[in-house]
Each structure stands twice: as structure tokens, then as C-alpha cells.
Design a protein around this ligand. Sequence first.
Ligand code: MSP
Length: 502
Amino acid sequence: MKKYITTPIYYVNDIPHIGHAYTTVAADVLSRFYRLKEEDVFFLTGTDEHGTKVAGAAESLGKSAKDFCDEISFEFVKEWKNLDIKYDRFIRTTDAGHIKCVKTVLKELYDRKQIYKGIYEGLYCTGCEKFLAESDLVEGVCPHHKKKPEKYSEENYFFKLSLYKDKLIKILSDKNDPDYMEVKPDERKNEIIGKLKLGLDDISISRSKVEWGVPLIFDESQTTYVWIDALINYISAIGCKSSSGFNKWWPADCHLMAKDILWFHAVIWPAVLMAIGISPPKKLFAHGFFTLNGQKMSKSLKNMIRPSELTGKFGVDATRYLLLSLFPFGIDGDISWDALTKKYNADLANNIGNLLARTIAMVEKYFDGKTPSPGGENKFSILDKIMEFDTYMKNLEFHLAINVVQSAADASNKYIEETAPWVLFKKNDPKLANVLYGLLESIGIITIHFQVFMPNASEKMWASLGAKKSLMTASEEFFDGKIDFLLPGSKISKSPPLFPRI
Ligand code: MSP
């Protein structure tokens, strides 16, 4: 089956911080999981480059908007490479193909009489790139950017969003609707439905004073509202409406984002799609925010942590792991260096690192560094511990998926204490071979599961087992129900500690 997985496309007004990395690592982990399950995956990420916010950032540095976008977009590409993100496409809204698709979609909306001209008057927050109602403000300022929105009045084109209110409520709540769009977590879906029930206004989808954008094909004096431009990336990236790529990949299987932009994805995006005869995405997942001392991490609050600060301290694999293991994916989580370090030491240095180091050291000492033969007795197994892994991954409950693997490592460490291989060795007990074989096999199974989170460290763990098959082949076989990757007699190898204690 195909799986089309996306992240939001990030504004290039600033270089990536760990909030951006959070969604992107999650999408990468999910994509790797489905690839491991031999699904056909298309993983899309990219940058959102038009609009007032980006143009303003370029201007303040005395750079042309395009040069500035090229520079910052490249920072995202570099950061994702550094974090081992394996996307299939990195889209930029300044790509010619994307611009063409935006024009096509807007023209079609216009031709289908879904657009009309009107006067917009209201409040606009450039930080959010969106209109705010008085009721959205907290003490007169935008709650996300802590800035007073600007008064705004101009002639714009409007999209008849209000026409879709009932249909949207239906596709959000009725599982039997052919266009059913799953929104997770449920509380967020319910918030959206509640808000929809209060009423839905048409929205302005163009700007007369913003030059850095895609001109409307039916009125070149206006450019496309940056959010409409941006949402269209999800179809422009696969070839736009009616192309073979579109036919293959659409509808998207999972749009990932944080809760701040769920309304755009759960209301505006499906309405635009339905207005041009395209089905909505199948699933949206809105995760929580990383906060620092209770505040959302963002440029305007100047409290960002950069991914390199984490990778510098913990390494790339552990950073990916820590981002997804600290909190449930759906809720906010306050980050602190102390909590990150504790989690790293407990899970990676102590539990996993220790299991590997002890097992390898014992095989070296008792079996001359060669994988022993399993022998006839019942072998140790962690399979019952790890059974729920798939379900948790499919539900994007990454921290629970991680927990079951940790509990398997925990059980393996306890098994070492219980069987006391050093005593078996002294007694020349033949059970020793079976115990160590079981432990090596457990490490292999733990590695098979952890590779989606920690691809490089997993390859290293795998290499030390001296297995007869590659990690990929063994994984495919494992998920088909076969465990056969160790080779009695083959040399295991000691590697420098993968997760040195901090
Ligand atoms: N450009 C729009 C998205 C258009 S998608 C069609 C945008 N860009 S953004 O740069 O502001 O990125 C927002 C996204 O970045 C969030 O939805 C989330 O995925 C991620 N995060 C940004 N800050 C974050 C945190 N502090 N915590 C968690 N995720 C964060 O909105």
C-alpha cells in the first residue's frame, strides 16, 4: 500500500529550531517504519517562502527576497541531512512547478465560481500570517507572538468557505463518509468541530499590497494569500491535479503538524480541495509544542534551541530518540537540559548501552568472541514485550513504541542478573551458550525496532552482532515472522560505547 506522509513547509524567516525538527523527525520515523513494512512511501517536507513575514525578514537584512529564501531554505536542507532525515522530496514554494500549480488551482476555484471580490477589514498578525478576531487576542495581543495585530482594510478576493461548513463537520465526524478525514488527537478534532458549529466565514485569499507571492491569474494586481499558496504544496509536490504522481499518491495518508496550524489543515485545506473536486487528506495529526519554561519556542520570543545544540551534546541518533521519547506526541512538553540528560543516561547509556556492552564482553570472555550455539533448551525471548510496537507506531504514539523496546532491554538486563552467566561459566554449565545466544538475539530484535529512531547507531549495534544478514533483510524477515539472523561461530565485535554516559 502507498503512504504519503508530510510535514508542514516551514517559513524561511528563520533557520530551523528543535520545534521544526520535532515534526520532521516524527515524519521521518513514521516513513522509515512504513518502509520497513515494505509499504510504498512518499515523504514530503520543504519551505514556505512567500508572504509579508519572509519578505520583511529579507528586507531587514538588505537582501533580495529570493536570495534570502535560497539561503535559509538551504539551512533546512542541511539540517535535515544532519539529522538523517530521508525525505523523497523537498519542496519550495518558489519552485516553478509549485507556482504553476497554485495558479491552476486558483484559476479553477475562480472558474467554478468559488471566488468573489470583496472588502476585507480586520486585524492581521504577520507572525501567524493570519487574520485574528478580537476574541483571539489576549490582552490586546496575539497570544502566540505577543504582538498587537495590524489594522487591515483592502479589496481582496474571497473564497466561499462558508459553503462548506456542514460538509466539513460531516467529514470530520462521520467515519462512513467516503471523504472521512481522521483528525488526531480527538480533543483537537472536537475543538475544531465546536468552532465550526459556531459559524464559518468566507476568507480572503489574496493580497493587493504583498508583492512577494504568486500573482492571481485572473487579476495580476493581487497575489495569493500565503497560506493558500502553502497548502497547495501538498499536491504541487506530487505533480498537481490530474498528474500521474497525483493519481498515485493523493489523498495524503498523514499530514503532520503542531496544533497551531490545525485549523488551516482541517478546515481551509479540505474545503479548497472539495471546491475543485479533490478528496480531502485521510488523516491529520496535530502534536503539541515544545515549550521552554512554559512558553512556545519561537523566533519572536527569542527562546529557540537549535538542533545542533542537541546533536553536539547527545549525537544525532540520541537527539532523534530524545525528541520523540520525552513526551506523548499529542501534548505540550517543557524541555530542559536536565530532563534530556537524565533520559539519555537512563534509556541509552544505562539500559541499551549497558546491555550491549555486557553481552558482548561476556561473549568475548566465555566464547572467545564467537556467537555460541543456542543449544536445545528454551531460549530467552522478548517478543511478548515488543508486541504492541506496531500498533503504537501506527497510532503515532512514539513514546509508547519506545517504551516497549526499553522494557524489552530492561527485561534482558534483568535476565542477565537472574541467570548470572559468570556463575554458569564457573560451573562449566552448558546453559551458558543458550543464555548468551538469547541475549544476542534480543539485542538484534531491539535493534530492528530502534532503527527507525536511531538509524546509524542501529547499524553499529547490528555490526557488532556479526549477523549473517543485513539489518534490512533481517528486519523484513522479522516482520514476516521469521527470526534467523545470528550465525553460531561468527565473530562478534566490540565497538566503542555507542552512548557514553553524560
Ligand atoms: N509555513 C507554515 C506552515 C504551512 S504548511 C502548509 C508554518 N510554518 S512554521 O515555520 O511556523 O512552522 C510551524 C510548524 O513547525 C508547526 O506546525 C510545527 O510542526 C513546527 N513547530 C514550530 N515550533 C514548534 C514548537 N515549539 N514545538 C513543536 N513544533 C513546532 O506554520
